[in-house]
Design a protein around this ligand. Structure first.
Ligand code: ADP
Ligand code: 5GP
Length: 194
């Protein structure tokens, strides 16, 4: 039995990475799909663990070679999900979680109708911006660009199967773990309630 393909999307700064980490810690049989990107590594990020960091030239060669399940340009950089890694894990019966932006999420929904789509957002755009500023990993320009993308993402949240409002982590963390657990336990079966 193939595992579940889980797409997590939502504004930058919403807390996707934080909640995905909680799910990976607590849900058995779940793996993270390591994306490729042309973005420069942040301090502490490890090549091959957080992302596969590529030059634009190499990324474009990977597109040409059909290596991506989905890819998109976001805030001046290219990001994509290598298909072979995710498919190997799914074939082996593991569930796979993707942390991707809206354009990529739409491509996965189109190409893999069995994927379960989860939208994560902060309680407000103001709080999203505050989190990005506190995280302090982006320039002011990059934060502005991410906030523009955040408005577009929020407008598309109805396209997703589930929404987690990441207000207080004491509540949102267990909510995420429970949701992902249920999706992993029932691959291919639609879940009717959150
Ligand atoms: P994303 O992956 O969506 O860009 P992160 O997981 O990196 O978001 O979270 C953005 C920032 O907000 C990080 O500094 C993280 O520690 C913080 N954060 C995450 N969830 C919460 C929360 N519920 N309340 C306050 N801060 C949060
Ligand atoms: P960051 O630069 O903060 O790590 O990620 C920026 C945005 O790119 C986030 O919204 C994240 O979900 C998205 N992203 C990360 N990997 C991929 C990917 O493989 N494909 C797509 N489409 N988006 C990605």
């Amino acid at each position: 039995m193939r595992g579940s393909l889980i797409v997590v999307s939502g504004p930058s700064g919403a807390g996707k990475g934080t909640l995905i980490e909680a799910a990976l810690d607590e849900v058995p049989n779940l793996s993270f799909s390591v994306s490729a990107t042309t973005r420069k590594p942040r301090p502490g990020e490890v090549d091959g663990r957080d992302y596969v960091f590529l030059s634009r030239e190499t990324f474009e060669a990977w597109i040409e070679a059909g290596k991506f399940l989905e890819w998109a340009e976001y805030s001046g950089n290219l990001y994509g999900t290598p298909a072979d890694q995710a498919d190997k894990l799914l074939d082996a019966g593991r569930s796979v979680i993707l942390d991707i932006e809206l354009q990529g999420a739409r491509q996965v929904r189109e190409n893999r109708p069995d994927a379960v789509m989860v939208f994560v957002r902060a309680p407000s755009l103001e709080e999203t911006q505050r989190r990005l500023e506190d995280r302090a990993t982006e320039t002011a320009d990059a934060i502005r660009s991410r906030m523009t993308a955040a408005r577009t993402a929020i407008a598309a949240r109805d396209e997703f199967d589930f929404e987690i409002v990441n207000d207080d982590l004491a509540t949102s963390r267990p909510a995420m773990v429970k949701l992902v657990e249920e999706i992993v336990r029932n691959p291919g079966i639609p879940i009717s309630s959150q």
